[in-house]
Design a protein around this ligand. Structure first.
Ligand code: DQA
Length: 164
């Protein structure tokens, strides 16, 4: 296969991890597993390379920082993949930022939030997201990246072939 070079026309994705996800691999291992954020990010970067797209990955524990990054994504990124973590259940500000910039956004959760405590069942983000992937651990980020690429390249007509 020919090596894909970076080019101006390459699709650009912003991956955002919310609060406490920097502790992945150490935090509540029975819930979130043993894989570190560094390793999760390495697998996202690897898939991006394979797919010939650009990816930038950031993590913050601060709501305002996440809001600013979402605002700055306008015209700089073609889609956002975000695990807002605890802010999922509290942040009207993150929801408004996503609405405000109009960049297609996919929400990811490592765990199936609907099988957990009732306060996790509501997401402020889901209503403004293209879609949500929850419950598949770190693979959720890769599924989201594939879904976002498919959305942008094929107008969302996912086929089994486009997933392999
Ligand atoms: C989480 C689920 C949230 O409820 C929680 O606050 C997190 C992680 C997940 O990835 O499963 O920090 O977003």
């Amino acid at each position: 296969m020919p090596k894909r070079e970076a080019s101006a026309s390459m699709l650009r994705f912003l991956v955002l991890h919310g609060p406490n996800l920097n502790l992945l691999g150490k935090r509540e291992q029975s819930m979130y597993g043993r894989v570190s954020l560094k390793d999760v990010n390495a697998s996202i970067t690897q898939l991006a390379k394979q797919e010939g797209v650009r990816v930038e990955i950031r993590q913050s524990n601060l709501e305002g920082k996440l809001v600013t990054w979402i605002q700055e994504a306008r015209r700089r990124f073609d889609a956002i993949i975000i695990n807002p973590a605890a802010y999922t259940h509290t942040s009207v500000a993150i929801r408004d930022a996503i609405l405000g910039v109009g960049v297609p956004t996919i929400e990811v959760h490592l765990t199936n939030i609907y099988r957990r405590e009732a306060f996790r069942h509501h997401s402020y983000i889901a209503g403004v997201a293209l879609g949500q992937i929850a419950g598949f651990g770190p693979a959720g980020y890769l599924l989201a990246l594939r879904a976002a690429i498919d959305h942008l390249r094929n107008a969302g007509s996912l086929t089994a072939q486009s997933l392999t």
